[in-house]
Design a protein around this ligand. Structure first.
Ligand SMILES: [Zn+2]
Length: 321
């Protein structure tokens, strides 16, 4: 759980407060419009996206998670489905997650708690303890530590030649998420390697119309203001042309949910504190609900030295439902 551009604990709190606390409900007409737009994009997303093939599902994978919980939120269903078939999955946690509640708890203590939670979540998803790696970069400092992180990641990618790379989508807002993609890309370019990657969205879903963009407190929003927001924030419309691959994770959704519960510092208020924000607080739960849908969506792309040879699914619109 890390968000947006300024990766410090105070910003985390402010952002969560904006998402979950200050936001207000729109007018009834606004809700109808937003739901209608969401349905329309969902239908398009489903119609355009191509299910992962058996060959892709049965390919060993290395998953890069900027923070403990991203592996479950973004691709927990895919991990569980691979593990159910006995396919090797390695998980690399890039940072220690120590900033998620830095205003409330000592960073080292929080890092230790999150490391423990990550192991428990991976166990639920079926990932072997020996397949879990921590780079232990400080949460929020991944971009600034890119050279060091590349050194640490390179040997792990070397041992994963021929695997599928599962990595956050580079269009995500949090800097650690962007940095994770770019560090992997750099490490592969340096060694002259290319990997077939699946890019997973986490914070990409936190945009209109999937989540509620209204931030001004005590305002009531008319349908006109919703259309203004829609015109301004067009990213949501782009989603179906970006996330062109999908996998049905309904058979493992309950496990994904249980794995997520293992990230207790992100899912439940801790230490008796009412001001301990959780993932459910983001956008009144809309964002978390989006990540627990029966399908996970991805973009496929070659990453590294030969990224120009990326597979394209752009021409497959409507090919599969
Ligand atoms: Zn994250």
């Amino acid at each position: 759980m890390r968000r947006r551009k300024r990766d410090d604990g105070r910003d985390e709190g402010r952002r969560a407060a904006r998402c979950g606390v200050d936001r207000v409900s729109p007018s009834a007409a606004g809700v109808v419009i937003r739901d209608g737009l969401t349905d329309r994009i969902d239908r398009r997303l489903r119609a355009r996206s191509v299910p992962l093939t058996d060959e892709e599902l049965e390919r060993p994978a290395i998953v890069l998670a900027p923070h403990p919980d991203d592996e479950t939120l973004g691709c927990g269903g895919l991990i569980a489905r691979k593990r159910d078939r006995g396919i090797p999955v390695t998980v690399v946690f890039m940072t220690d997650g120590a900033q998620s509640h830095a205003n409330l708890v000592d960073a080292d203590e929080l890092a230790a708690r999150r490391r423990h939670e990550a192991a428990a979540a991976c166990a639920v998803l079926g990932v072997e303890p020996s397949a879990i790696n921590h780079l232990d970069i400080r949460d929020g400092a991944l971009s600034a530590s890119a050279a060091h992180a590349t050194e640490l990641l390179s040997p792990l990618l070397d041992t994963a030649r021929g695997h599928q790379l599962i990595v956050p989508h580079p269009d995500e807002s949090p800097l650690d998420h962007q940095a994770t993609f770019h560090i992997a890309d750099q490490a592969l370019k340096r060694s002259g390697d290319t990997m077939d990657a699946l890019l997973y969205p986490v914070w990409l879903w936190d945009q209109f119309p999937f989540t509620n963009p209204w931030s001004a407190p005590r305002a009531r929003h008319s349908s006109r203001s919703i259309l203004r927001i829609a015109a301004r924030d067009r990213l949501g419309w782009r989603i179906p042309s970006v996330l062109t691959r999908r996998i049905d994770v309904s058979s493992v959704l309950e496990r994904k949910r249980r794995a997520l519960e293992e990230h207790a510092t992100q899912m439940a208020r801790q230490d008796g504190r009412d001001d301990w924000l959780t993932l459910e607080d983001v956008a009144h739960g809309d964002w978390l609900a989006r990540l627990l849908q029966p399908d996970e969506y991805y973009q496929d792309r070659a990453v590294g030295a030969g990224r120009g040879s990326a597979m394209s699914t752009e021409s497959t619109e409507g090919a599969d439902r």
